[in-house]
Design a protein. Sequence first.
Length: 282
Amino acid sequence: MGPFLDFRVQVGYQRIRYGARLLDFILIGLVAFLASALTFFSGFGLGTLLLPAFALFLPAPAAVAATAVVHLLNGLFKGALVYRTAHWPTVLKFGLPAIPGAIIGAFILGVLGEQSAFRWSAFGFQLVPSAAGVLIGAVLIIFAILEMIPWFQRLKAPPGMMPVGGAATGFFGGLTGQQGALRSIFLLRAGLEAPQYIATGVLVAILIDLARVPTYFGTFAATSDLGERDIALIALGTIAAFAGAWLGSRYLKKATVEVVRVIVATLLLVIGSALILGLIGS
């Protein structure tokens, strides 16, 4: 009976483990698909929704890098669909200052990713949140609060601040992966038609991603412990995001997202708090 029971325990463990892995893939694929579809017409970005999902399975810096890879590839795909309607003067005025900002932000994240913020214990467990996790968690909480404030959704910056806005957007995009909200504040006053606004935002995001992704891999992602499962999650997220972008460009003419906004804000609060406490992403 002993060997037989051991065999059954091992089989049960393997089933639980593979079941958990399947749930990982389902969650990442679903979030990437829905977020990519909504990002064409809603106030949310793919990175805002996908980062918390990756943070459940990866350390905080690696989660940002994984999200950035999916965001970049998805952006290139969307860019191929909409680049003809982009307003190129705005792309250059806003996007070029964003490039050095993104590199600096990504480099700082790589430095923070190697440091612990503090230690604490609960129920016999020792938790050590990373400095990167605390920073990203704080930003997620801030964005969650801002998402629920009506005036923030209407906030617009003067057109003359475009280069400054590009640099700031690139910096925070590289540092925390969150760039969509800041980018919108500045592009909303650029006097663009809706198709121009969408296409210009996509191309600016591509420039930021092209700057931050190599920096991530040059500072910490190349040396982090990314296994086959993690790479497969990134690949699935990319494919699902492609499908969502195609759906959004062809069928979603208008997205009503007020209920989704509340759900996402709640998710950001929960995930941000978990990152700060070291429950995930460490």
